[in-house]
Design a protein around this ligand. Sequence first.
Ligand code: NAD
Length: 256
Amino acid sequence: MIRVALTGALGRMGTLVIQELSKQNDMDLVAGLDIIGEGKPLSRDVTAAHASKIKEILSQTNPDVLIDFTEPNAAVNNVLSATENDVNLVVGTTGFKRDQLETMRNAINGKVAAVISPNFSVGVNVFWKLIALAAENLKDFDVEVIEAHHNQKKDAPSGTALAVVEILKKTLGDIEVVSGRDGSCLRGKEIGMHAIRAGDIVGDHIVLFAGPGERLEIKHQAHSRMAFASGAIKAARWVVGARTGIYSMADVIGSR
Ligand SMILES: NC(=O)c1ccc[n+]([C@@H]2O[C@H](COP(=O)([O-])OP(=O)(O)OC[C@H]3O[C@@H](n4cnc5c(N)ncnc54)[C@H](O)[C@@H]3O)[C@@H](O)[C@H]2O)c1
């Protein structure tokens, strides 16, 4: 049995990860932590523990993997606690600053295996590959990234859109990213970035390549957070057998 601990256990993603875990024959939830709802039942055997107890909970329950869907400061702290306890990681949280990513990388490397991905859906991982192909073939086209999410999302642009920018930069060079436009703003050599926040949109991403007389749009829409939760479970199963190091979802689905 793969022993799984979860941080952000009572959040939107955490709740779905628990549902999805309960369907797996080879996985057991051994601990769930959050800053809210201490003592709330999460499964038949596990109740929510307070996030402040993470180190003792990890050492008592001895999980094989910690899945984190929280927020950036919390996630960095959770990653440090997991690496101290030799627990592998699946990190779904988005919105990290550069120095936070660096802190996590330093703690993980040579210690445990971790899958870090701003998007665990299988479809988005193919979407990223299609964008690389389009960028390679449409180098002179204008590129705009448009993403839409629910009105509770804390970070913008989305981690998935930022990953799109990194893919585009591999082909287009270190091109400027212009977020939204207002007033006098004639388009230069840039990537336009637009973040919509409205209602309960789960996650839409469009990358638009426009040239003379034509345009190509590559679009992914997540209909349900289940797409992310089931991807995170796949990543958890995969990471417990991986060598130490940092991996992406492309490694998990074998599409690199
Ligand atoms: N990688 C992906 O595929 C993917 C998909 C969806 C969301 N996300 C990201 O996952 C994160 C969570 O998203 P959500 O929609 O579930 O948010 P949410 O706000 O519904 O849930 C976050 C949960 O984390 C808890 N929390 C905060 N600090 C904590 C701590 N120190 N320890 C434990 N729990 C703590 C909160 O109380 C809350 O219950 C966000 O960064 C979001 O962008 C990633």
